[in-house]
Design a protein. Structure first.
Length: 139
């Protein structure tokens, strides 16, 4: 009787262990590899993308560089109304996150999305964190 109980207990422990191993949370989402994006990746990485705008009397210029090794650089230059100038450089890792979306990770928990990307005639349009952007390419 004890042996049968021990066998039964062994089977139960093995079953619980197997269930524990299979309970890992897995995110199921489509994978978009670089094969789908060869042309866009070439266009994206072939130049610096720049946009400028005025806000509160200050001139803002944002430049984005995407590199083939999936790293990138953002330069934010501000020319203040009083003549001062500041320039900050931010580095990020990027990857395609859907057919027309790029995920840019600046650090843990600091992620931006460039969505609905369209590249045509040396311009790139889309939405950067839900804000409409219009970049011109600089060679």
């Amino acid at each position: 009787m004890k042996t049968r109980m021990m066998k039964m207990m062994g089977w139960m422990l093995m079953l619980v262990g197997m269930m524990g191993l299979t309970s890992c949370e897995v995110e199921l989402r489509p994978w978009y590899d670089d094969v789908c994006h060869d042309d866009y990746t070439y266009e994206l990485c072939s130049r610096t993308w720049e946009e400028s705008w005025m806000e509160n009397g200050n001139l803002y210029t944002q430049r984005l560089d995407f590199y083939n090794n999936r790293t990138g650089r953002e330069v934010l230059r501000i020319e203040y109304w009083d003549g001062d100038v500041s320039e900050d450089i931010y580095r990020f890792n990027w990857k395609w996150d859907g057919y027309d979306c790029i995920r840019m990770e600046y650090g843990p928990g600091d992620i931006s999305y460039l969505e609905d990307i369209r590249i045509h005639n040396n311009t790139m349009t889309g939405y950067l964190d839900n804000i409409k952007v219009y970049y011109k390419g600089r060679w």
